[in-house]
Write a protein that binds this ligand. Structure first.
Ligand SMILES: Nc1nc2c(ncn2[C@@H]2O[C@H](COP(=O)(O)OP(=O)(O)OP(=O)(O)O)[C@@H](O)[C@H]2O)c(=O)[nH]1
Ligand SMILES: [Mg+2]
Length: 389
């Protein structure tokens, strides 16, 4: 694989926060009253709860720069009130799509639907005869709130392929579009509406280039956001891509292989997802192009079609390290012009059909993950809770 180590395209200021580590601690249990057998109150618990109107992780970090969430201590038992009060719980509201992990990397739970909750730090038991009337400490740990966007379709492609142009053309989203690489620095979601009110969400992701696994470009940082999509939409510029004069010119076929390789390096399971290939910039005649330009596009398209007809053999032209071990299989391949909206109605229909076709498989997987998730969600008393953000 060609190393592009001399460049670092990392965005200086990433506006978007998709991972936040916070410290959580349950409250301490209150002291018991040995003389009359009085019990101290239990310490409050810390929960993370999915709330679809919750502020973003970035907002949460801004409002709580100390990133510490500590529940209230249980009340002591005393002669006038032998049962100490329970400490105040903390409820940390987060947006859907958050995975909660501890520092060992264990997943404590996944918060996808409104009101899903996870107990992250239990309060200590109040003082009673079993603990010699000494209130116990609450659990304390650091957890990472890791956002994985929930969208039906993920747009995957080299920079400049026209992903944002497509999103703008088919959805309500108004992403930035520019004729240079890495215009999109943060994922954005647009909603595609159909005449019968069906809505499909599409996530535009920052462009990926070869070497992303070595953190070239924006690296693999955003690939986690395609993990939960139902369909991957690969976009390639029919003319290929070149980052700059110092870098190799990649044909459209090579960009497909390199995307295939980068995804394989990130998580080979993602190659099994339903996928569509969009060959972009095959423009309608409305874009007054010179004869030479039209001829060039035709030649590129012809070459690409031949290569796609025999992927394995064609991939031999790539350096061995850039060649994927497992090839993507596309449910459909379409030529489009995102700029002139050519073939986009057909693309919208195919997106929907392919998602629906794979729906039974997907819903089986969702059922499984829901069962697992539900097993992790503890019920608790909504009273006595301090709601956060
Ligand atoms: N001729 C032509 N140009 C297009 C088409 N689609 C996009 N472009 C142009 O290609 C350039 C890049 O488009 P973007 O939509 O910003 O590309 P992107 O894939 O989102 O790029 P990054 O955000 O950098 O990853 C812009 O100048 C677009 O106008 C198309 O169908 N035909
Ligand atoms: Mg873009």
């Amino acid at each position: 694989m060609v190393k592009l180590t001399s460049i670092c395209w990392k965005a200086k200021k990433l506006q978007f926060l998709d991972s936040l580590r916070v410290y959580v601690r349950g409250g301490a249990g209150g002291q018991g009253y040995p003389k009359f057998g009085g019990k101290g109150g239990d310490g409050g618990d810390v929960y993370v709860k999915c709330y679809d109107k919750a502020k973003s992780l970035k907002e949460l970090a801004k409002r709580h720069p100390e990133k510490r969430f500590i529940a209230g201590n249980g009340g002591n038992s005393h002669a006038r009130a032998l049962l100490g009060e329970k400490g105040q719980d903390i409820l940390l509201n987060v947006e859907p799509g958050i995975l909660v992990k501890n520092d060992e990397g264990d997943i404590l739970g996944s918060l996808d639907s409104n009101n899903d909750k996870i107990l992250v730090a239990k309060g200590g038991a109040g003082g009673k005869s079993e603990n010699k009337f000494q209130g116990e400490k609450g659990q304390s740990l650091s957890v990472t709130l890791d956002l994985r966007l929930i969208a039906d379709v993920g747009l995957v492609g080299f920079p400049n392929a026209g992903k944002s142009t497509l999103l703008k053309a088919i959805s309500n989203c108004k992403p930035e579009i520019a004729p240079w690489a890495f215009t999109t620095k943060n994922p954005q979601i647009g909603i595609v509406k159909y005449k019968d009110q069906r809505a499909i969400s599409v996530a535009d992701l920052p462009g990926i280039i070869e070497g992303a696994s070595e953190n070239i470009g924006l690296g693999h940082r955003f690939l986690k956001h395609i993990e939960r999509t139902k369909l991957l939409l690969f976009m390639v510029d029919v003319h290929g891509f070149q980052l700059g004069l110092k870098y190799p010119k990649r044909t459209a076929f090579e960009t497909i292989m390199l995307l295939n390789k980068e995804i394989e390096l990130y998580n080979p399971e993602l190659l099994q997802k339903p996928a569509i290939l969009c060959i972009n910039k095959v423009d309608a005649e409305t874009l007054r192009k010179s004869e030479k330009e039209i001829k060039k596009t035709e030649e590129c398209l012809h070459e690409l079609k031949q290569q796609l007809a025999n992927v394995e053999e064609s991939s031999l032209q790539l350096e061995e390290t850039s060649r994927p071990k497992t090839f993507l299989t596309f449910d459909d391949t379409l030529t489009i012009s995102a700029k002139t909206s050519d073939n986009l109605e057909k693309l919208k229909i195919r997106i929907r059909e392919i998602i629906d076709f794979h729906a039974s498989e997907t819903s089986a997987m969702i059922d499984l993950s829901t069962t697992r998730r539900k097993a992790r969600i503890r019920t608790y008393d909504e009273q006595n809770t301090h709601q956060l953000v």
